[in-house]
Design a binder for this molecule. Structure first.
Ligand code: FUB
Length: 340
């Protein structure tokens, strides 16, 4: 399969790659780092990768079989990273059956909210929320997933006016292609190649941060001529790993292009989009997936990302890393390559 070929290629390349950045932690495998500055300090909310049988490797992502979450924090003075241990475990989430994939977190009025995708008891990916008085948990999950949520990779964006928005969605194993009729269908559905690509999704969060206050909306990504990016445009179309940050009053929607392995970005004038495609933030990394977050801390923009260097190229055993991200004088982001 495509996934197996990519993994073999990566294993061959692993020994010749010289990574520019070190893993934040090496005691566990980590991925999908969502970083935030809470009360002046960086907290990272990653997936916790675990060993699985290689025969489970497929386009559905069965090899990503994670069953708990840890939170990391970074000391402002020493850059030392602390792993705060298990913050939420599968057995404590009533509605979830397996696969705790890429999470995110938010802080509001002294409380911390942790958003995470998992398969429900019917095998359908949904998004749940858990809360805590501490940024490192432990988090207590709500009884059920967020009503009307589906698919994977939640990312919360807090706007300057105190509104919070949840962005989400992912293709293939993330099941976005199974929701074309507004309800889950076992049949994958992709529009024709020249049609607009399947969009990421978003909705505004309620005051209590536990539900959507509006219908789920599509995130439209336009090309330079104002036309939606199409299904066949694999180098630029949305695949998974939504993230939003604001720079100079404009909204930057960044995401993974999946099977072309870029972290790309698009800019818009509203958190609802539309967003116009701009370019690549991070070139492909070692391993099939790429997933990131962008945060401003102590006068600099940081990119958090993952690769598979810690496991010598095994796609489901990743490690999270941090590097500087630069916006030029026109607000364009300089493309980053993770290796010498
Ligand atoms: O970690 C499992 C999945 O892999 C994430 O949800 C995707 O974004 C990809 O990184």
């Amino acid at each position: 399969s495509d996934a197996e070929r990519k993994q073999l290629d990566d294993l061959k390349k692993a020994h010749s790659y010289v990574a520019k950045n070190k893993p934040l932690v090496t005691n566990i495998y980590t991925a999908d780092p969502s970083a935030h500055v809470f009360e002046g300090k960086i907290y990272v909310y990653p997936s916790h990768d675990i060993e699985t049988d290689n025969s489970s490797m497929n386009d559905q992502g069965d090899h990503f079989a994670m069953c708990d979450y840890h939170v990391l924090s970074i000391d402002n003075d020493t850059d030392e990273v602390t792993d705060h241990g298990v913050a939420l475990a599968l057995e404590d989430i009533k509605w979830a059956s397996k696969q705790l994939w890429a999470p995110d977190a938010a802080h509001k009025a002294g409380k911390y909210y942790f958003y995470f995708p998992a398969r429900d008891l019917e095998g359908i990916f949904r998004i749940g929320v858990a809360s805590s008085d501490s940024p490192v948990g432990p988090f207590v999950a709500e009884e059920n997933y967020i009503a009307n949520s589906f698919s994977i990779d939640p990312a919360v964006f807090e706007d300057d006016d105190g509104s919070y928005y949840l962005y989400f969605g992912g293709l293939w194993g993330g099941q976005l292609q199974n929701w074309h009729q507004g309800q889950f269908s076992l049949n994958d559905h992709y529009p024709d190649d020249n049609q607009p690509a399947l969009p990421a999704k978003m909705a505004k969060l309620s005051d209590d941060m536990l539900s959507f206050v509006e219908e789920v909306r599509d995130i439209v990504i336009l090309d330079g001529s104002g036309k939606p990016i199409t299904v066949a445009d694999n180098d630029r179309r949305f695949f998974e790993a939504s993230w939003v940050h604001k720079y100079n009053g404009r909204y930057y929607f960044s995401y993974s292009t999946g099977d072309t392995h870029n972290i790309a970005y698009a800019i818009g004038d509203s958190p609802y989009g539309p967003f116009t495609y701009q370019g690549v933030i991070l070139n492909p990394v070692l391993g099939w997936t790429s997933h990131h977050s962008i945060v401003f801390h102590q006068g600099k923009w940081c990119l958090f990302y993952h690769d598979s260097t810690l496991s010598g190229g095994q796609t489901h055993l990743r490690c999270v890393k941090k590097t500087e991200l630069v916006h030029d004088e026109n607000g364009k982001i300089s493309t980053i390559t993770a290796y010498e």
